[in-house]
Ligand binder design. Sequence first.
Ligand code: ZN
Length: 188
Amino acid sequence: MKYSKYISLLIMLLPIVVFAFVKPAKIVLPQLAGVECIKEWICIDNHDRFQEAENLYETSLSKVERKLTKFENKPKVVFCSSNECFSKFGFNKAAGKSIGGFGVVIGPRGWKPHYIAHELIHQWQSSNFGAIAVWLGPSWIIEGMAYALSDDPRKKLSEPFQSYTEQYTKEFGQLSGPELALALEKEI
Ligand SMILES: [Zn+2]
């Protein structure tokens, strides 16, 4: 009996410990990072920039869905306009980060359609193939696809991403929609 009490206490404390020490876990409950979820799928730290965030979200989402397939549920994106907000999720230098199948956090320098599309592509990969399969999947497909299909304006990416993108384009560049999903399923 004594031990079962300790175990129940541990189970009760676990979420608190996870949220306190695993910063990206806040994507599940972004309010813990001080952001407001104005829509179920758009959270933001600065109310005044909501319209800008929503426009970026909708443009990027429809572009990704046109090339791939429709999302079953709209992926959650947290828009951080400050470094302070971004660091509460455990990030600093990146433009944005996709956190498993839970959603995306966009940092202050990531408010651009290609960065948002890039992270939404990672969400599409997770929702179609599973977050663990994507995590373990070949980087040239996972990253190459995100760079190739997000209309990244950079002529030449840093390595290894340039090579990943070239390899992806060579193997899958002709495919889109369900046909692409099927071909990728065999590889991821
Ligand atoms: Zn990426």
